[in-house]
Design a protein around this ligand. Structure first.
Ligand code: HSE
Length: 401
């Protein structure tokens, strides 16, 4: 019997409790041992809920109980999750978490602490909800050089973009609907401005290269400027728009960006719609692999936390090593990055557009009083210079290839 505690009985914490109860026999069958939830920490009370039997409002009960070997941190936020995680690890209790904010902010330090105390700090649920991606990077692909990571890592924005595309609606209308349905937060900034996806690609890139990527070093643009007119152009192109979180290694340089991209059906991520997430990895030996599933939601995220619990239960007293050093991974500016751009300029002066942007391919018959086109290949820095000179750019979206 392995005894565990859950910190926080919110969406994910109650999901962990449910997964362990419902799949009790499956779990015992897989690891030859039962997992027992000895404590759930929460300040609230939950009438008529089986959690009542194990509910405590004191973290000391948990951290001072030598029987508790694994702690699930499903509180979210940094305070008090950071302190509780440190105290649990210092006592040799492994910690499994869904808390991407804490992982992104203190990952290397907490991993070091776990190693020093012969226990583990695992965070499969912190990126891509129920999609196994951290474990593949840590184990199945440890022999590979990761050349690039491209992810649709935010369900809220993918839902909004999908609805804008399929129903021809404006961003604000879809956002309102998403909020009503519970797919978007009341304050949606972290999602729609791209910060949530940015934290997630920072974690994946750190794991891919073993050094620390700072969230602040990643150029991040959200989806708030995307309009129904942009999607009308996409229809004509047979393309769509996705919020991509990307990182890649080119020579000895590393790049990362979060931004909307124009995506065609040549990219396997083209068909990832609604609240679903997916991650496409390109490795130097095995080539492309893709991971797809629910990027959020109670049971999907909880299931990923429980996967980590089972890993820890199989390795009590041992550290499951995750290479993520405190040393900084330099992220180069994307200025020199060469790609094509989808651009809309105001007015009907095609000659002026061609003069400003060079060889371009016009997309006709979409909107009045403007020109839409795709540029030839140029660097981001070049594009910016040309756009400033033209002075009439309404919209720009990077082309994926
Ligand atoms: N707000 C996040 C999303 C939840 O929409 O994907 C999961 O991290």
């Amino acid at each position: 019997m392995v005894k565990i505690a859950i910190l926080g009985y919110g969406t994910v914490g109650s999901g962990v409790f449910e997964v362990i109860r419902q799949n009790k026999d499956v779990i015992t069958g897989k690891i030859n041992e039962a997992i027992e939830v000895k404590y759930v920490l929460d300040l609230k009370t939950f009438e008529d809920d089986p959690v009542t039997e194990v509910l405590t409002n004191s973290f000391d009960d948990i951290v001072n109980d030598p029987e508790v070997e694994i702690v699930c941190e499903t509180m979210g936020g940094v305070k008090p999750a950071y302190e509780f995680t440190r105290r649990a690890l210092e006592k040799g209790k492994s910690v499994c978490t869904s808390n991407k904010e804490l992982v992104e902010m203190h990952g290397p330090e907490l991993l070091k602490l776990a190693k020093a105390n012969n226990c583990s700090y695992l965070f499969e649920a912190s990126v891509g909800g129920g999609i196994p991606i951290i474990r593949p990077l840590r184990t199945s692909l440890a022999q590979e050089e990761i050349l690039s990571i491209t992810g649709i890592l935010n369900g809220t924005t993918n839902y909004i973009l999908t609805k804008m595309e399929t129903e021809g609606l404006a961003f604000a209308d879809v956002l309102k609907r998403a909020q009503e349905k519970g797919y978007a937060e009341k304050n949606p900034d972290a999602d729609v401005l791209g910060f949530d996806a940015c934290r997630k690609i920072a974690i994946l890139t750190s794991l891919a290269y073993g050094k620390n990527v700072s969230y602040a070093d990643i150029l991040t643009e959200g989806i708030t400027a995307i309009t129904d007119t942009d999607f009308a152009y996409m229809k004509k192109l047979g393309a769509t728009i996705k919020l991509f979180a990307k990182s890649l290694k080119k020579g000895d340089k590393y790049y990362a960006i979060v931004a909307p991209f124009v995506v065609t059906d040549e990219n396997p991520l083209f068909g990832v719609n609604g609240v679903y997430n997916a991650i496409l990895l390109n490795c130097n030996m095995g080539g492309e692999t893709m991971y797809y599933g629910k990027g959020a939601g109670k049971l999907a995220t909880a299931s990923a936390v429980v996967a980590d619990v089972l890993d820890c239960a199989r390795h009590i007293g041992k550290n499951l090593d995750t290479r993520w050093d405190e040393e900084k991974l330099e992220i180069s500016p994307v200025d020199s990055f060469v790609r094509r751009f989808f651009v809309r300029v105001s007015g009907n002066d095609r000659a002026a557009a061609a003069d400003a942007f060079g060889e371009i391919t016009f997309i006709d018959g979409v909107a009045e009083g403007e020109c839409g086109f795709i540029t030839g290949e140029m660097s981001e820095a070049d594009y910016r210079e040309k756009a400033a000179k033209a002075g009439n750019v309404i919209a720009m979206i990077r082309m994926d290839s």
